[in-house]
Design a protein around this ligand. Structure first.
Ligand SMILES: Cc1ncc(COP(=O)(O)O)c(C=O)c1O
Length: 385
């Protein structure tokens, strides 16, 4: 059998590879505390579940318009206007089965063979693989100290073939939150070069300092910003598969065509649940406060182990410490921790970052405490801390 070139060039997801290994160990009865996870461990709030139940019982179980139900498109447009400062109407919004699908549509709609896409790294690898599927070329731009956006590097990476720039703030895997000045600089580069910016804002609500800034909110960005967000992380709704994309009408029309010929539409009752999720009664704040408590704990505890070098990030639920003082690369370091009963993700799953590992604190405080003891023991056994 001969596979298409697209598939031959595609790599397996580094994060899902870790997960497969963990599941295999767990199925053999090995106790592993998962700090590799990319999803909130909280339950989806009750009001959201009730809204889906009501929709299901009322028979709202069929195809919806491909761009999504008008009620949810409207609610999202309102949210983007009032919270994010974007000049959008419901016609600028398409609801998708997860934000990953929205990113995929945007890339497929814009990137041709040989087009270049600038991606600041460390970055979530799915961006890279999506660009590869589209036939595009990734131009990675390593971030500066403390994972600040390397604006000069981004500017220098622009060529005549640059089609798209990617921004992900708060960031996976670093938790870094880009400053207004950095995002303004990216917007200026975009407008000057007439380049689109794909802004992945999925961790928007998981913010512990400052406020969230959408790159599309800068004047003149309406035609260039493509804003992607979703319900997975803010409302603990990873399994519902619900996300969205907001952009200029021509881009939205292209995205909608791709959706019509692939997913058709997102799940009907999940969309009704999405309308409910956006209401003020959804308890997002307690979840964010709990993440903050866990962040404080894990950062203090890891600093005491001394091998982990990092600045406490302002968002998401990850830290991306430099572990090179251990004399090991991230992949080996993660193996040592896994042998000690804690799963983490090697930095090379996020680009050329062999000296780092990603630690997720989307796990209970009790598990985090046990994980820290296990990490300390694993490193003790090597005589490395
Ligand atoms: C940076 C980033 N963007 C997008 C997604 C995808 O989220 P969704 O569940 O909405 O597809 C993830 C999931 O881990 C992510 O980390």
């Amino acid at each position: 059998m001969t596979f298409s070139r697209r598939i031959t060039n595609l790599k397996e997801s580094g994060t899902l590879k870790v997960l497969d290994k963990v599941k295999e160990l767990q199925s053999r009865g090995v106790s592993i505390i998962q700090l590799d996870v990319g999803e909130p461990d909280f339950k989806t709030p009750d009001n959201i579940i009730r809204a889906a139940e009501v929709a299901l019982k009322a028979g709202f179980t069929h195809y919806t318009p491909s761009a999504g139900i008008p009620e949810l498109r409207e609610a999202i447009a309102n949210k983007l206007r009032s919270e994010n400062g974007l000049e959008v109407k419901k016609e600028n919004v398409v609801i998708t089965p997860g934000s990953k699908q929205a990113l995929f549509y945007a890339i497929m709609a814009l990137v041709d063979e040989g087009d270049e896409v600038i991606i600041p790294t460390p970055a979530w690898t799915s961006y890279v693989e999506m660009v590869t599927v589209a036939g595009g070329l990734v131009k990675p731009v390593p971030s500066g100290n403390g994972f600040r956006l390397n604006v000069e590097g981004i500017k220098e990476a622009v060529t005549k073939r640059t089609k798209l720039m990617l921004v992900n703030s708060p960031n996976n895997p670093t938790g870094y939150v880009a400053s207004r000045a950095e995002l303004k600089a990216v917007a200026d580069i975009a407008m000057e070069g007439r380049i689109h910016v794909l802004s992945d804002e999925i961790y928007e609500k998981l913010l512990y300092e400052g406020s969230h800034i959408s790159v599309g909110s800068f004047p003149g960005m309406d035609d260039y910003a493509i804003t992607v967000n979703g319900f997975s992380k803010a409302y603990a709704m990873t399994g519902w598969r619900l996300g969205y994309i907001a952009a200029s009408r021509p881009i939205i029309s292209a995205v909608n065509k791709l959706q019509q010929h692939s997913a058709s539409c997102p799940a009907s009752f999940a969309q009704k649940a999405g309308v409910e999720a956006l209401k003020p009664e959804t308890p997002v704040k307690p979840m964010v406060e709990e993440f903050k408590r866990r962040q404080d704990y894990i950062c203090d505890a890891l600093k005491k182990l001394r091998l982990f070098r990092f600045e406490k990030p302002a968002g998401a639920f990850y830290i991306f410490p430099d572990i090179s003082d251990s004399g090991m690369e991230g992949a080996r370091f993660c193996e040592v921790l896994l042998e000690g009963g804690v799963s983490t993700t090697p930095g090379d799953a996020f680009g050329d970052h062999q000296g780092n590992i990603r630690i997720s604190y989307a796990n209970s405080m009790e598990n985090l405490k046990e994980a820290v003891s296990r990490i300390a023991r694993a490193l003790d056994s090597l005589g490395r801390h």
